[in-house]
Ligand binder design. Structure first.
Ligand code: GLU
Length: 319
């Protein structure tokens, strides 16, 4: 019973742990790699006695497809992954994002950007690393009032970018170790008016009390940006664990073209959710080649220290 350390109650030790989450975008069916990330997020949270939340990231209305959210949630249920509380949808939380954007704006931290993607790419000359082509070169950062008026008159709707001041952000990833990057002036509100992924995630992770973000390693480049935003908004910064991805046999990120990669595909091929779980467990070094582990069994033996950090190449079981 040591209140100051988060322990409460007499006799029972209840640790006040922050929540975990899985945050799919309902833009297409989840493949076995995405589902493995969901399993890991669930295992991280549940093995720590934390709550596990599901958040539907449906802000990009042009990419959301009807029925996909339902199918994704059905997949989680089929695998036995349960969650706490109601599903949270970003499309229903616009006010929260707008408030955060207004706060950044009031602090003089945002500026309108009129650049097209092609212009940004053309302005970035020499490659300075993998994400160099996506790094904003600052073209619109210091436009004069007259220059802005000229761009406005040309009729191109601006996006809003944050003044990141080339902040160098480092963090300790639970799986990948130390990661560091210089943050560019990234988009906060898109030029179609939608809040950008980065700000929505930061606002939601804080509002939902997420203590540890578990997600695919493909998102690690976003993390310094999100940490910077949390700091600018005076929000708590969660811990991070970026889990390794599943690749297709060609070494590319797993996708539909690699064949029967969704749960529905696997079921159509004669497998059950337990076979898919078994593949996940084996690929994570959590089960032997012939073992058919249950979710409870995996939970009992889960140890983040033993997770692979290298990607897994997906190959369906030979028939
Ligand atoms: N919605 C994002 C995706 O499906 C994940 C965001 C996150 O986990 O931070 O790629």
């Amino acid at each position: 019973m040591r209140g100051e350390n988060g322990y409460t109650g007499a006799g029972t030790t209840q640790i006040n742990l922050a929540n975990g989450r899985f945050a799919p975008s309902p833009t297409g069916p989840l493949h076995v790699g995405n589902l493995r990330t969901a399993l890991l997020a669930w295992l991280f949270a549940r093995s720590a006695g934390a709550r596990f939340l599901v958040r539907v990231e449906d802000l990009d209305r042009s990419r959301v497809r009807p029925g996909v959210e339902e199918a994704q949630l059905a997949d989680l249920r089929s695998l036995g992954l349960d969650w706490d509380g109601p599903i949270v949808r970003q499309s229903e939380r616009m006010e929260l994002y707008e408030k955060a954007i207004a706060r950044l704006d009031a602090g003089g931290l945002l500026y309108p950007c009129y650049c097209t993607r092609a212009e940004i790419r053309a302005a970035v000359s020499a490659p300075h690393g993998i994400s160099a082509a996506d790094r904003y070169p600052g073209t619109c950062r210091d436009l004069t009032v007259a220059q802005r008026a000229e761009k406005e008159a040309a009729g191109r709707p601006p996006a809003l970018r944050v003044r990141a001041d080339e902040a160098r952000i480092a963090f300790e990833d639970r799986l990948l170790g130390r990661f560091e990057d210089v943050v560019d002036d990234f988009v906060i509100r898109r030029n179609d008016g939608a809040p950008a992924y980065q700000i929505a995630v930061v606002v939601d992770d804080a509002a939902q009390g997420i203590g540890e973000v578990v997600r695919g390693a493909d998102l690690v480049d976003s993390t310094p940006r999100q940490i910077l935003l949390a700091r600018l908004l005076d929000l708590p910064v969660p811990r991070y664990a970026h889990v390794s991805l599943a690749l297709g046999p060609d070494g590319q990120r797993l996708a539909k073209r690699h064949g029967a990669v969704t749960l529905a595909d696997r079921v159509a091929a004669g497998e059950g959710p337990e076979d898919v779980l078994a593949w996940m467990a084996r690929s994570l070094g959590m089960a032997g080649p012939e073992e058919m582990p249950t979710l409870e069994g995996m939970l009992a033996r889960f140890d983040p220290a033993h997770l692979p950090t290298e990607p897994t190449v997906w190959s369906p079981k030979p028939e």
